[in-house]
Write a protein that binds this ligand. Structure first.
Ligand SMILES: [Zn+2]
Ligand SMILES: [Zn+2]
Length: 241
């Protein structure tokens, strides 16, 4: 009965205060959602692609086979999963969440990430976000990866560990750098404050976008050095690669 009334209240609220599509502003049913047109433009990645890095590629008969990139140069982390491909459309969807205070998008993006990575989240002991340098955090006011990590930890009923992995170098924004420049840029940028909290733990690292993997690989490197048993990564989006 209680549920029945709460459904009526929700329906009523949707009529008097309709939700808006997070991308185009069109009226939609429910809060924190996309309209059907915008939704259809997303290239979802759940359950396809390379079992290591999630790169979309047609798997041969043997489903356990990794992509050619991981075969020649396996990532430092164990597995990466992303909710969707980073392209022109998804870039516009993510940018306001990153830079324009659209923190209300956290549940929408977090739920899509949960769908893509619930297997790794279930096995995890700790959820950690890629940290921002304190100076950058002051400027931006919030760390978008930390919002998602906190949301996902709550949803998966796991421990969210803040402040243990720290960014000690305020690296420059990596916009147009190539893979090697990005790798050099983040080298030595991270530090584990209390390795005891990491030792023997299965960790899921959360970030917004995976491009060359330089940041997540560098984080995984220091976490493994601190004794982590396993480091997986979960992002909103990844480049097709
Ligand atoms: Zn829309
Ligand atoms: Zn791969």
């Amino acid at each position: 009965m209680k549920l029945f009334f709460s459904n009526i209240v929700t329906s009523f609220l949707n009529i008097v205060m309709p939700g808006r599509c997070l991308q185009c502003g069109r009226i939609v049913y429910g809060k924190s959602a996309l309209c059907a047109t915008c939704f259809s433009k997303i290239y979802f990645l759940a359950r396809q692609g390379c079992p290591r890095c999630g790169r979309p590629y047609d798997l041969p008969e043997d489903e356990g086979m990794v992509c050619p990139v991981c075969l020649t140069k396996p990532p430092v982390f164990h597995t990466l999963r992303s909710a969707f491909i980073y392209n022109k459309f998804s870039r516009e969807l993510i940018l306001p969440f990153k830079h324009a205070d659209r923190t209300d998008m956290t549940p929408f993006l977090g739920n899509l990430m949960y769908q893509a990575g619930h297997d790794m989240l279930e096995k995890a002991d700790l959820i950690i976000a890629v940290p921002l340098h304190p100076r950058k955090l002051m400027k931006r006011k919030y760390n978008q990866a930390a919002l998602l990590a906190h949301y996902l930890a709550k949803k998966a009923r796991k421990r969210y560990l803040a402040n243990t992995l720290q960014r000690i170098i305020n690296t420059k924004t990596q916009g147009h750098d190539n893979a090697e420049q990005r790798k050099q840029n983040v080298k030595g940028a991270f530090y584990v404050k209390n390795p005891k909290q990491i030792a023997g733990k299965r960790i899921v690292m959360i970030d917004d976008v995976y491009t060359t993997g330089a940041t997540l690989n560098e984080c995984a490197k220091v976490l493994y050095k601190a004794g982590a048993q396993n480091v997986d990564c979960l992002t909103i989006a990844r480049v097709r690669g």
